[in-house]
Write a protein that binds this ligand. Structure first.
Ligand SMILES: Nc1ncnc2c1ncn2[C@@H]1O[C@H](COP(=O)(O)OP(=O)(O)OP(=O)(O)O)[C@@H](O)[C@H]1O
Ligand SMILES: [Mg+2]
Length: 308
């Protein structure tokens, strides 16, 4: 299957001299939901903005449905819907007008039935005659989505669609994304919420310092995320881990005051009980213990640390 979005060796140096993307290559499969994760400033919005033609790349190419986004801009762009990260809306326009106007921008004939369908799907139908300035933040975000869907795109980019929205709206967005995917729309979203990637994504990509450092099936990533640590606080620093405990995945903290046991939560059985018994037999006592579940944040930190 040919990828619907193909990003090849993309680089971006902003006028300030800042290198926001460093040779990014990425293929998005038709019909998948792809979550792009990364810490603040990693380059997610820059990447999306270049794909959507809002920002000019310094080097590299992007094709959307086979069309180069620079040399065949209109053909590429009409296939793409973008829900931007920033809420900028025309305060005095009505919901209906702003969404209809968006469709017109792509040279599509008016289609009130489609606009109505989109507004209903986003629970905006009863607000269609409201001016945007009278809407709440969450409703404005729905309007951005309606605008992005106004011209029936095959590819939808959502840049932090659920940042700062309530649980209900987040769930609505998830179900909307699912139904779009069922209609064959390819969805690329950025998010800081692990539940969102967990819930929605088929594949996950991680970007850090302008480089894609991981692209993986979600299930595989979840397996990695499933790691948990048991941390034992020692009464006094331990010089090294005794040889008889070599069977366990144990590590000492840098101050040597904590013994860290890493295990996989999806594993049917852990050997915690025998490990604790062996510790006792080895004369190692501990004052307290706690467990830590590795979060996506931890994974980022680990990955980022490994990035040259
Ligand atoms: N117009 C610009 N001029 C100079 N630097 C910029 C510009 N836009 C973005 N940057 C820088 O490029 C880097 C990447 O920014 P970008 O907005 O792509 O990050 P992001 O991954 O979307 O972050 P966030 O999670 O905060 O949305 C940041 O260091 C940012 O400061
Ligand atoms: Mg961003």
């Amino acid at each position: 299957m040919s990828p619907v979005i193909l990003v090849s060796n993309l680089s971006k140096v902003y006028a300030s001299g800042f290198e926001a993307l460093k040779g990014v290559s990425l293929a998005i499969n038709r019909g998948e939901i792809f979550a792009l994760l990364g810490p603040n400033g990693a380059g997610k919005t820059t990447l999306i903005s270049i794909i959507c033609g809002l920002v000019k790349a310094t080097g590299g190419t992007v094709t959307a449905d086979g069309y180069d986004t620079v040399t065949h801009y209109r053909r590429a762009r009409e296939r793409i819907g973008l829900v931007p990260q920033e809420l900028t809306t025309e305060a005095f326009e009505t919901v209906w007008d702003t969404v209809s106007f968006s469709r017109g921008l792509f040279g599509k004939r008016p289609n009130p039935a489609h606009i109505e369908k989109v507004l209903r799907a986003l629970s905006l139908w009863d607000k269609k005659d409201n001016r945007l300035m009278t809407l709440s933040g969450g409703m404005k975000r729905r309007v951005l989505i309606a605008k992005a869907l106004s011209h029936e795109p095959q590819i939808l980019f959502l840049d932090e669609p659920t940042a700062g929205v309530d649980v209900e709206l987040r769930k609505d967005m998830w179900s909307l994304m699912r139904s779009l995917r069922n209609e064959g729309v390819t969805i690329i979203l950025t998010t800081h919420y692990i539940e969102e990637a967990e819930e929605m994504a088929d594949r996950v990509g991680v970007i850090s310092h302008g480089q894609i450092i991981l692209v993986e099936e979600k299930r595989e990533l979840m397996r990695k995320l499933g790691r948990k640590q048991l941390i034992l606080q020692l009464p006094e620093p331990l010089a090294h881990i005794p040889d008889q405990l070599n069977n366990y995945k144990l590590a000492l903290s840098s101050d040597k005051k904590e013994l860290i046991y890493t295990y996989d939560t999806q594993q049917e059985q852990t050997d915690i009980t025998t490990m604790l018994a062996d510790l006792r037999n080895g004369g190692i006592r501990f004052r307290d213990l706690r467990t830590v579940q590795s979060s996506l944040e931890d994974i980022f930190v680990d990955l980022v640390r490994e990035t040259p």
